[in-house]
Design a protein around this ligand. Structure first.
Ligand SMILES: C[S@@+](CC[C@H](N)C(=O)[O-])C[C@H]1O[C@@H](n2cnc3c(N)ncnc32)[C@H](O)[C@@H]1O
Length: 394
């Protein structure tokens, strides 16, 4: 990921430079370590943070994980512009050629927020979870030009690679979403999809809570599949196969089909490796048995009368507050000049938390760059965040 290592400089200049900068909106300083800063950037229609911190003898300027834009070219450009505005002495850099690289076309890259009111221009829709190199996804999209394929992938470089392939192959029926599939499904309307492919998910034997397949994912899959639509799991892991079968059978009404060593028309990168090693490959097909009612979580992400007060930074609870179905955790606080602050928080469901920044000033409070996704537990967790901030006199 793009970053710069620079000679230490007087960070007191940051606020005054931000006032004249073409892309730095403001600078925030961590309350627990004054040398850690966040630079709020607006560039090419994206709002995100760059992080500045000490690393050994040097300062490191790099992307910030929670707000990172998908296009690396935007990050590289922003790092280059900030370095020149601050007249930084760059000691090492990996942002070369930022301005010569054409930005990736984004018509096929969709954001999670786009799905709040999405129009689906195709009658038939399929989803692939964790497409990796995209071999299966690209093959399917090419073979079925009248069907929309939505590919979900949390690994950004893989998403970017496949976006490039979509351009090269001139595909019109493929959208890429760089987001966690387990959360994404909640954004889809009921009875939309023909298939959901989950091919060779990471088994996470040591961290089973990170697995894609789980009770909630199964329920959401059955809701978004049409009656007769199919969830296809393909795995080389015995453990994962038995775990998935158990998860599926725990459901009160479900049709499950099991296959072993079935050849598909296209072999994915992972599959090719397992086939060379002569491993067994299992398929589990789960069919949706009935139409599902439309279920939209309702609520809002307003902060009503929450406003900046010094109390907020002084008394904010440092530990996670755990409720039955969700939690909230104010992880880190930052001061910004003129009665403003930022709070980094994690909240929502235990296995799929949201990570967001709250920007609070004397006029009010809001999420820094886009709302959380509209799930039931996110609405509930948000209400608890509001209660906590209001309690602190915010
Ligand atoms: C073992 S690879 C398999 C890739 C591809 N399906 C294949 O068969 O070659 C698993 C992929 O799932 C992605 N992944 C893991 N968890 C995910 C999640 N919750 N949402 C979306 N993608 C995920 C990983 O980034 C990785 O690319």
């Amino acid at each position: 990921m793009p970053h710069l290592k620079v000679t230490p400089f007087d960070t007191a200049i940051l606020d005054s430079i931000a006032r004249q900068s073409q892309l730095i909106d403001f600078v925030a300083t961590a309350t627990n370590r004054a040398s850690d800063k966040l630079l709020a950037i607006s560039h090419q229609g994206e709002r995100f943070f760059l992080q500045l911190k000490c690393e050994g003898e040097l300062y490191l300027l790099k992307y910030e994980k929670v707000t990172r834009p998908m296009k690396v070219s935007i990050l590289k450009e922003a790092l280059g512009i900030v370095a020149s505005e601050l007249a930084l002495e760059v000691r090492s850099s990996n942002i070369a050629h930022a301005s010569t690289k054409p930005p990736l076309s984004s018509t096929h890259a969709k954001k999670i927020e786009d799905f709040v009111c999405m129009e689906y221009p195709f009658e038939r829709v399929s989803v692939e979870v964790g497409f990796g190199s995209g071999r299966h996804l690209l093959y399917q999209a090419k073979k079925h030009p009248k069907k929309l394929f939505i590919g979900l992938e949390i690994h950004t470089p893989s998403a970017q690679q496949v976006l490039k392939q979509i351009e090269l192959q001139g595909l019109e029926n493929l959208w890429i979403v760089n987001y966690d599939a387990r959360l994404f499904l909640e954004m889809l309307p009921s009875n939309l999809c023909d298939e959901i492919f989950v091919h060779f998910p990471v088994p996470w034997d040591k961290k089973p809570h990170r697995r894609v397949i789980g009770k909630a994912f199964l329920e959401e899959s059955m809701r978004v599949l049409k009656k007769g639509g199919r969830l296809e799991l393909r795995t080389d892991s015995d453990n994962y196969f038995w775990y998935a079968l158990e998860t599926f059978f725990a459901s009160p009404k479900i049709g499950v089909e099991v296959r072993k060593n079935e050849a598909l028309e296209v072999t994915s990168k992972y599959e090719a490796r397992w086939l060379r090693q002569e491993k067994d490959i299992y398929d589990l097909y789960v069919t949706s048995q009935e139409e599902s009612p439309q279920s939209k979580a309702t609520g809002d992400f307003n902060f009503n009368s929450v406003k900046y007060s010094d109390q907020i930074l002084e008394a904010i609870p440092p530990k996670a507050i755990v409720y039955t179905e969700y939690f909230i955790h104010f992880e880190r606080t930052f001061r910004i000049e003129k009665e403003r602050c930022l709070i980094k928080c994690a909240f929502g469901s235990f296995d799929r938390p949201e990570h967001k920044y709250l920007l609070i000033d004397s006029n009010g409070c809001g999420y820094f760059n886009g709302l959380p996704i509209t799930t039931r537990v996110n609405f509930l967790a948000h209400q608890k965040i509001v209660e906590q901030l209001a309690r602190l006199g915010g």
